[in-house]
Design a protein around this ligand. Structure first.
Ligand code: SF4
Length: 310
């Protein structure tokens, strides 16, 4: 599994904010966080297998993970060739921890779904939008090389502030902005959430997007808008597998069938188990039975959230 381009590492399922769009409590996640013992084991495995891909950490709020200082300290070790993408809502960013922001192999992905408190009303509680914005500017002022991108989940309440958000990203000098429409998991669908899904076919939205693109181009900002993403190539055919390591060390072969666990990272046979599953996922360039139930493929046209491999 160490030859793949990315591995999803779940550090914690705890959070300091409550979001209506969040699936973690209701769907597949366990409560808790990755122990320091398992974290050390995983970091050693990354190193001993010369893993040089991307490790993505998401789901719970990573800034409140108990062993984040330890992890960030370890990542400063120059021998480590892998890169970390760490998702956060930004609320708990500590300003004085220089080693969080000056390591180019760590990229912070900040999800902020509004420019004002009203934008997130009813959808997120516990998040102070002004405080997060203030922190982002303080961090980028103090550590200008901080590797950061922004996420904006578009819904009917924050659509009008998209341009302001892009302009903020330009002022912050972030690397990239991902704008994604609010999507609802099949098993998390509620009438409440469905009302917020923006109707992206509206002509007003199309003209909004062209304006947004113009601004981004002018400032050479990388921007990913809804609709730009091509249909995913099944990783079983492209080879871009992305296994997931859960908080208890359990490994899922891929993001498309996360609920299928193949073993624990602490089991020394996990490598060969992963290789065997990989062999079985491709049958003469057609999708195997395992991949026929892939959420990434099956949900693409339904606008349901999935985590694509890179
Ligand atoms: S189920 Fe989907 S994500 Fe998993 S190996 Fe198959 S194509 Fe890839």
């Amino acid at each position: 599994m160490w030859q793949c381009k990315s591995i999803f590492l779940n550090l914690t399922n705890f959070c300091n904010v409550r979001c209506k769009k969040c699936i973690s409590l209701k769907v597949i996640r366990k409560r808790g966080e990755l122990s320091k013992e398992i974290l050390i084991k995983i970091l050693n495995l990354f190193e001993s297998h010369h893993f040089c891909g991307l490790i993505r950490c998401g789901v719970g709020e990573n800034l409140i993970y108990s062993h984040l200082d330890y992890l960030m300290g370890q990542l400063f070790d120059v021998k480590k060739k892998f890169r970390f993408d760490i998702l956060t809502n930004g609320l708990a960013f500590p300003l004085d921890k220089e080693f969080y922001y000056t390591n180019p192999s760590v990229r912070w992905g900040v999800t902020l779904d509004g420019m004002t408190q009203d934008d997130i009303k009813g959808l997120q509680s516990g998040l102070d939008v002004e405080l997060v914005k203030k922190k982002l500017f303080q961090i980028k002022k103090r550590y200008p090389t901080c590797n950061m991108y922004l996420n904006y989940t578009l819904h009917n309440n924050n659509l009008n502030h998209l341009i302001d958000f892009i302009k903020m990203g330009i002022d912050l000098n972030v690397n990239q902005i991902f704008v994604t429409p609010l999507k609802v998991f099949e098993n998390h669908y509620t009438e409440f959430l469905s009302k917020y899904i923006p109707n992206l076919s509206l002509s007003s939205t199309i003209s909004l997007f062209s304006e947004v693109k113009k601004i981004a181009n002018q400032y050479c900002l990388k921007l990913n808008l809804p609709g730009n993403t091509p249909a995913p190539i099944p990783c079983a055919l492209s080879g871009n597998y992305s296994p997931i390591i859960d908080i208890d060390g359990m490994v899922s072969f891929c993001s498309g069938r996360e609920n299928v666990k193949i073993g624990n990272i602490t089991n020394s046979a996990i490598d060969s188990i992963w290789s065997k599953v990989k062999e079985k996922t491709v049958i003469k360039s057609q999708l195997s039975n395992f991949c026929k139930n892939c959420l990434n493929i099956n949900n693409f046209n339904k606008h349901i959230l999935s985590v694509p491999s890179i």
